[in-house]
Design a protein around this ligand. Structure first.
Ligand code: GLC
Length: 487
């Protein structure tokens, strides 16, 4: 079998504890892998608790939970498993009249049959839009790393890409390049007032369109097709418009907030562009002043007419760096913001899923009085160890792509990541690799947290790999590196 993430070299008790934890993580990871039709396909969301058998743990292969799993397998060069996962997802891509092209939220094999959930079993029967958007990204990462161009240009993959694009590149009722979704359509799959155009879905759409372009460019090299050429052009245009839209309406700094505060409201016709969403200055929350400080910046959580959502969502922001949606100076402004707000975002267990939590009336309205999403808990400001690697990889990818840019800032970010990693090394094994942590500092295991959660385990391995073994491995995520060199 291929090697695990590698071990930290050096001596001393800290290193040997770290190595023991990493060994345990690798073992847990191996036992999370399951088979479909006789070969390994991916990981269960959570392992059964070793001593409390029969507890409700997630015995299915969730597409989003398998993102870090697939990245880890790619680093280990276990290509057949990743390919089998991608093929299984393709096989399950919906053929339904209204859902044609959608990938499932999760799947599992039962009595030799593949059974998939397209959302019918989730709260509100909502489909996980993020799962569909991740598939082309993972597919492109696989082709790039394994150099399996044959798979990339295969009819199955190219057809899957076109079906997915059919869902996105189509006329709608609004001239905005975003994907409108209901509440609960991504990692946050309980009501959290994240309907409309939530950041995470839009950033994933951006990454998805980029990856689709890469895969179609491969096919273009093989055979000429005017239809395909047009598809590539319209996908690129959509991607470009989406980025411009997000940078215009979602990106905030202390300077942009000051402009926002002084913009005219109630405008119609020709001047409407000055305040397209008719945002009243009163909706700008006071906590933004300290949160942004002088030179911080981030993408807000959502934009809706008159009601921007200023909450900070960690995953959407980290992915915006990884996928190259934010410019390099914007990425550094985001890193400054994370450093400035580390007490909230990192605290005792990095990293918080969103900030600030909805409280009181907002909690009642936004979550429908959901006790699991109690303020500071679960999706509503809980701390998810599985999120740290996305930020870590974003920082290291920035360093790789822009060496020498603001070395002092990047070195502080590295220290922050090292401290976060050390916290996880000391806490995760004794907290049984919990899914999430609660409370204002994320010190306590989430009240309803599952244990032995796979993406908690793999997130630690991925973070270790790039912090202590091979920082250059982050280049895998560079979606801008084109198809040159691939044969
Ligand atoms: C929960 C999480 C979701 C995750 C799933 C499986 O439903 O909200 O993001 O994919 O568990 O771990």
């Amino acid at each position: 079998m291929a090697t695990t993430a590698g071990r930290s070299s050096g001596t001393g008790p800290a290193i040997s504890i770290e190595n023991a934890v990493l060994d345990r993580a690798s073992q847990l990871f191996e036992s999370s892998l399951i088979s479909v039709h006789g070969s390994l396909v991916g990981s269960l969301a959570a392992l059964a608790h070793p001593r409390r058998r029969g507890e409700a743990n997630y015995g299915e292969v969730f597409l989003r939970d398998n993102v870090p799993v697939m990245v880890h397998l790619l680093l280990q060069q276990r290509f057949p498993v990743v390919r089998h996962f991608l093929e299984t997802c393709l096989l399950l891509q919906s053929e339904g009249r209204q859902t044609r092209g959608v990938f499932p939220t999760s799947f599992v094999e039962e009595n030799g049959q593949l059974v998939a959930d397209y959302g019918q079993r989730s709260i509100g029967s909502i489909s996980s839009v993020d799962a569909s958007l991740w598939w082309p990204v993972l597919c492109w990462l696989y082709v790039k790393r394994s150099r399996d161009v044959g798979f990339g240009i295969s009819q199955g993959v190219q057809r899957g890409v076109q079906r997915l694009l059919d869902l996105v590149l189509k006329p709608g009722f609004q001239d905005a390049p975003v994907l409108f979704v209901p509440d609960c359509a991504f990692m946050i799959d309980r009501p959290m007032d994240v309907w409309g155009a939530p950041l995470e879905v839009q950033v994933l759409l951006f990454g998805c369109l980029k990856a689709c372009c890469r895969l179609m460019e491969l096919a273009q090299r093989q055979s000429q097709s005017r239809l395909l050429d047009q598809r590539v052009l319209s996908t690129r245009r959509w991607q470009h418009d989406l980025r411009r839209y997000l940078l215009k309406h979602y990106w905030v700094t202390t300077r942009t907030v000051q402009v926002l505060r002084r913009r005219p409201t109630e405008q119609y016709g020709a001047h409407q562009h000055e305040n397209e969403f008719n945002v009243q200055p009163q909706v700008i929350p006071p906590w933004l002043q300290d949160w942004l400080a002088d030179r911080g910046g981030y993408l807000i959580g959502n934009m809706r007419t008159g009601r921007p959502d200023f909450r900070f969502f960690s995953l959407g922001n980290a992915l915006a760096c990884l996928f190259g949606l934010l410019t390099p100076p914007q990425q550094r402004a985001l890193f400054r913001l994370v450093l400035h707000n580390r007490a909230e975002l990192m605290a005792q267990m990095p990293m918080r899923i969103c900030h600030p939590p909805l409280t009181a009336e907002e909690w009642r309205h936004g979550t429908g009085s959901d006790p699991k999403n109690w303020p500071g808990s679960y999706h509503n400001g809980g701390h998810w160890p599985s999120l740290l690697w996305y930020l870590g990889w974003a920082v290291l990818l920035h360093e790789q792509r822009h060496p020498g840019a603001d070395p002092a800032l990047l070195s502080r970010m590295r220290t922050l990541l090292e401290e976060g990693f050390a916290l996880q090394i000391s806490q995760l094994p004794r907290q049984q690799w919990a899914e999430y942590f609660d409370g204002p500092t994320g010190r306590w295991v989430g009240q309803q947290s599952r244990t032995y959660q796979t993406w908690t385990v793999v997130g630690l391995l991925l973070q270790h790999h790039v912090l202590h073994c091979d920082p250059g491995a982050v280049l895998l995520f560079d979606l801008d590196a084109g198809i040159e060199g691939l044969r």
